[in-house]
Ligand binder design. Structure first.
Ligand code: AMP
Length: 284
């Protein structure tokens, strides 16, 4: 496995690597969720193709009060994990490699990134789009894999690729969960024992919502209230948002027809967790 820290070395290394090249962008602190993306990338690349993982904690997607400095960076452990799942190339640029001190170009998506996480994190999606655009230009992959855990991010990236006509397939990978249902996240390690115990309420509330919708519930407001009430049963949970929206437009639904996304962000102490449930092809 090659590990490159500079754009020049990465480009030179990739020149001799076979196509297709499939990229998995991450911020590191890798867990089984990330590794599932690598496996999906390997499937797309085939045994002969090249799987590239980028590990970069992207400063431009953190607001000043957020956890950029505290974000875990266990690089050696991450590299071992990458080796264990057969990654070919890892790109671990320093901040200065990705951003000149006077960097002044950003990529803006102006529709899908407005609601949900975009409301409480207004700089987040332009930070994500900018860094992913740059990674795409550096690596020039035929495909890239993103997790459905960050459902809105996946939608925004798909839109960026479509609207800018980049020849890159965006592959979605399902949410990987802990045995008790909590969606895996690098931020779960911030949780103290009691918050960790209570955080399972997010998955439980979404499961209950799934049962309600599959049982015929079609009122978005009532569904939202049900999820909010269940989460509020966990004393340490502070809801950022719970929304019932169309999974393509990410806008509120007047009523639930054949598809629905229930997306949420909830804080336990200073740790903000996100999760979602997407149901499509619902019976009328
Ligand atoms: P991050 O390192 O948190 O920026 O995540 C990098 C990629 O891994 C993103 O595409 C995430 O959606 C994906 N990811 C993170 N956690 C999970 C998970 N539990 N299941 C599936 N994908 C995930």
């Amino acid at each position: 496995m090659d590990v490159h820290e500079s754009i020049e070395d990465l480009r030179a290394g990739l020149r001799s690597r076979p196509h297709p090249v499939v990229l998995v962008p991450t911020m590191g602190a890798l867990h089984e969720g990330h590794l599932s993306l690598v496996r999906a990338a390997r499937e797309r690349a085939g045994a002969a193709g090249t799987v590239v993982v980028s590990i970069f904690v992207n400063p431009s997607q953190f607001a000043p009060h957020e956890d950029f400095d505290a974000y875990p960076r266990p690089l050696l452990q991450d590299l071992d994990l990458c080796r264990s799942v057969g990654v070919d190339v890892v790109f671990t640029p320093a901040r200065e490699v990705m951003y000149a001190p006077d960097a002044s170009v950003r990529v803006l998506e102006e529709q899908l990134s407005q609601g949900l996480c975009g409301r409480s994190r207004p700089h987040f999606f332009s930070g994500v789009c900018t860094v992913v655009a740059k990674l795409f230009h550096i690596v020039q992959p035929e495909a890239a894999v993103f997790g459905e855990k960050d459902f809105q991010q996946l939608a925004v990236i798909r839109r960026m690729v479509r609207d800018l006509a980049w020849p890159i397939d965006i592959i979605a990978a399902p949410i990987v969960r802990e045995p008790d249902g909590l969606a895996m996240s690098s931020r779960n390690q911030y949780l103290d024992a009691e918050s960790r115990r209570q955080a399972v309420v997010l998955h439980q509330a979404l499961q209950r919502a799934r049962e309600a919708v599959l049982g015929g519930a079609r009122n978005p407001q009532a569904l939202r209230e049900q999820v909010v009430a269940e989460i509020q049963g966990a004393p340490l949970a502070r809801i950022d948002y719970v929304e019932v929206v169309d999974p393509d437009a990410l806008t509120p639904l007047p009523s639930i027809a054949n598809q629905v996304l229930i997306a949420l962000a909830v804080r336990f102490g200073s740790t903000r967790l996100i999760d979602n449930l997407c149901l499509r092809k619902l019976p009328a």
